[in-house]
Ligand binder design. Structure first.
Ligand SMILES: [Fe+2]
Length: 487
């Protein structure tokens, strides 16, 4: 077993934990609301082996599926590795066999052609099935009871795309899942596959189109009428990969683009709109349309938020020099111009969460992670190496912003939203909060927050008896959804 590099990707909150465990009957401080009954699944990258190269990153960590199971006020916790093909090969070899982030030319020749994905980004629930996803490969299906890995999922052989996004969108009214895969035909290809699965989980359409260039396409959006594909200038180059270099390099001088097509249409109906140069967004809060007018609300920054993607493009800026805002882009499809309007609608931040019922529709409120001006320097951790320490609640209709800011030495992961059975109540947020209690020593708690009064802080807290590595995304699956599990 090698030694983990002493970089931001393997120290602080990002120190590898690598422990599969289960804990029953965690202590609950405060009152667990009766609405909070179901499972909070979380995707946690945690490298099972020391990497082959010291410049490895959090995003390469083997996916772990973590679950808080909450019922009748009781809280149980489990975490297991996703047994991807890569994980199993490396477990057998007792060492890393796959090389640099998304570069197969740096792998041990013994694993040439094998599935490289680590399925570490988002747990997805659709049509009674649980998946772990990462955008560089297909999803892996997980047993929601045992957390055992069932296997790679290709819609029972129907999906042609080689990749599946970590950000599908489920329409709350129809139950359809809208998704895409980029680099759909292979490494550095411009092909994007746009797919729809019906409420029973069957693939009903898959349309392919070409992006303006091969970009990292992390998220997309749907409205009642449209599917929207933002393309930001973080690009791939096959020759660079063959030379052992970075998959992604951000290009500050290259235009961004937004493709808008009818959501049930064919890709030849795509309209392309030209956006600002050099900007980046990993996550979209929501989108909605009003006839020919389409609004897209996104966590926009003026360059890529990941240092290793900036540096590969020759951009040397410190994290605190990056500018951004929650931003609304508005498209007028009645006009023939390829331009659109832009206005800020909230402070900078990322990891937005929305009520499931508001997906693709006008919405009253949403939540996202941000920095508390009184929170001191960020804790070292998470995919970009600096952890968030505040949750914002934004009401885009009136501009109201509320904050739950954490004191210094604390950090918060992306929350999930849970509906309340009580009419007029805005529901609950669940999120893991970390605290540094000594140098390189951290303690974690699960917090339950009133979504209508986030400034009040936690209404219930669950102290964790185990170290927790930061999650990427999570999903809340209610008891009613769990009961509809596909068998
Ligand atoms: Fe994401």
């Amino acid at each position: 077993m090698g030694v983990f590099p002493q970089t931001i990707h393997f120290t602080g909150l990002n120190t590898p934990v690598r422990i599969e465990t289960s804990v029953r009957n965690l202590p609950v401080i405060g009152a667990m609301p009766p609405d909070v009954s179901g499972a909070f699944f979380r995707a946690v990258p945690d490298p099972a082996h020391a990497p082959m190269h010291d410049d490895d990153v959090v995003l390469s960590g083997d996916g772990m599926i973590s679950r808080f199971r909450i019922r009748d006020g009781h809280v149980d916790y489990d975490i297991r590795y996703v047994e991807t093909e890569r994980y199993k090969l490396e477990r057998e070899a007792r060492r890393a066999l796959f090389g640099r982030y998304r570069n197969p030319y740096t792998d041990d020749p013994a694993v040439a052609g094998r599935d490289r994905t680590v399925a570490n980004t988002t747990p997805v629930w659709h049509a009674g099935r649980l998946f772990m996803t990462k955008e560089d490969g297909l999803a892996y299906e997980i047993d929601p009871e045992t957390l055992a890995t069932i296997g790679r999922f290709d819609f029972h052989g129907a999906l042609r795309s080689r990749t599946f996004t970590a950000h599908p969108r489920v329409d709350p009214a129809t139950g359809e899942m809208f998704f895409f895969g980029y680099e759909a035909s292979g490494l550095c290809s411009r092909d994007i596959a746009y797919g729809i699965a019906d409420a029973d989980g069957n693939l009903v359409s898959e349309h392919w189109f070409e992006a303006p260039y091969c970009a990292s396409v992390h998220d997309f959006a749907i409205t009642g009428r449209y599917a929207i594909f933002p393309i930001f200038p973080t690009t791939a180059d096959h020759d660079r990969l063959k030379a052992g270099g970075a998959h992604w390099a951000h290009q500050q001088d290259l235009e961004s683009w937004v493709g808008v097509m009818p959501r049930y249409g064919k890709a030849d109906a795509m309209r392309w709109f030209k956006g600002p140069k050099g900007v980046s967004a990993f996550h979209i809060v929501n989108a909605f349309d009003d006839g020919d007018t389409v609004h897209l609300d996104l966590c926009l920054t003026d360059t890529n938020a990941f240092a290793f993607m900036r540096e590969a493009g020759g951009i040397h800026r410190q994290p605190w020099e990056i500018q951004g805002a929650l931003t609304r882009w508005t498209f007028d499809l009645a006009q023939s111009a390829d331009t659109f309007e832009e206005r800020p609608i909230g402070p900078p931040g990322d990891l937005p969460r929305l009520r499931d019922a508001d997906q693709g529709r006008p919405y009253r409120f949403a939540f996202y992670c941000s920095m508390n001006p009184q929170g001191g320097p960020p804790l070292p951790g998470g995919p970009v190496g600096a952890a968030f320490n505040a949750i914002l609640r934004i009401e885009p209709g009136n501009g109201r912003v509320e904050m739950m800011g954490l004191p210094p030495e604390m950090a918060i992961s992306e929350p999930v939203h849970i509906e309340s059975a009580q009419a007029g109540h805005d529901g609950w947020l669940l999120a893991v909060v970390d605290r540094r209690v000594a140098e390189e020593t951290f303690e974690s708690e699960l917090w339950v927050i009133d979504a209508g009064d986030i400034a009040a802080g936690a209404v219930a807290r669950v102290p964790m008896p185990v170290r927790m590595r930061p999650q990427v995304h999570g999903v809340w699956v209610s008891d009613a959804q769990l009961a509809m599990r596909a068998l």
